[in-house]
Write a protein that binds this ligand. Structure first.
Ligand SMILES: Cc1cc2nc3c(=O)[nH]c(=O)nc-3n(C[C@H](O)[C@H](O)[C@H](O)COP(=O)(O)O)c2cc1C
Length: 202
């Protein structure tokens, strides 16, 4: 079966090359509005949004993520309990390359970065993830590319930076999304076949 929504879901892909062009405010608002329509436990709507369109600030945040990654790599042994992946040589080398890159390979020079923040209560993160997916799909339907930036979570390690961008006390980053007009649309990431991922109980 194919319809407009399924087409949008299947055609969306993570964009990591953005045009310089700024996103108009009404486009950003439409994207956030789509996020607001996500399901949430008891219709709690536990999300708040921090929109960063100041390029200098985005650059600063990118530098801060790299700084935090470097710190973690320096104290690899201490952090292995929280991030067991650090034991893998590939992950270690990948993180090292990210932290040492002179390019913005955190936010990809995106003209807009949106943090979805919430209080860490049961199911809030799940609800915010639903909002994030709504936003990425809404963006795609308007010709706007996006990428989920998991690396942005490292910003929580610097309380000052978090206060600076307006994270209220008791809130955490649920997700962080970069948005902008795509400069390049990559090939779709390959999906696993249906066989093997479904357990039918008829
Ligand atoms: C929780 C989460 C964290 C992610 N973190 C990053 C990230 O930090 N940097 C990045 O380039 N892509 C990140 N991605 C995007 C994935 O790499 C991407 O969704 C995946 O490769 C599938 O490609 P597609 O989105 O084009 O279908 C993340 C995606 C999710 C859901």
């Amino acid at each position: 079966m194919e319809n407009e929504i399924i087409k949008c879901i299947k055609e969306r892909r993570s964009i990591r090359n953005f045009e310089e062009k700024k996103l108009p405010e009404d486009v950003i608002e439409s994207i956030i509005e789509a996020g607001k329509y996500a399901p949430s436990p008891e219709n709690r709507q536990p999300w708040r949004f921090i929109v960063v369109t100041n390029r200098q600030k985005i650059k600063e945040l990118s530098g801060e993520v790299k700084k935090q990654i470097k710190k973690i790599l320096k104290n690899k042994w201490k952090w292995q309990r929280r991030y067991p992946e650090l034991k893998e040589a590939d992950t270690f080398l990948f993180l090292k390359a990210v932290a040492n890159s002179s390019k913005d390979i955190i936010f990809y020079d995106a003209p807009a970065v949106i943090f979805i923040i919430t209080k860490p209560l049961v199911f809030n993160i799940e609800a915010c993830s639903c909002a994030a997916q709504n936003m990425m799909l809404a963006a795609w339907s308007m010709g706007v590319g996006s990428c989920w930036i998991g690396f942005a979570k490292f910003l929580e390690l610097n309380k000052e930076i978090m206060q600076d961008i307006g994270l209220p006390e008791g809130y955490v980053i649920a997700s962080c999304l970069a948005f902008g007009y795509p400069a390049r649309i990559p090939k779709a990431a390959i999906r696993k076949p249906m066989t093997g991922i479904i357990n039918w109980i008829d």
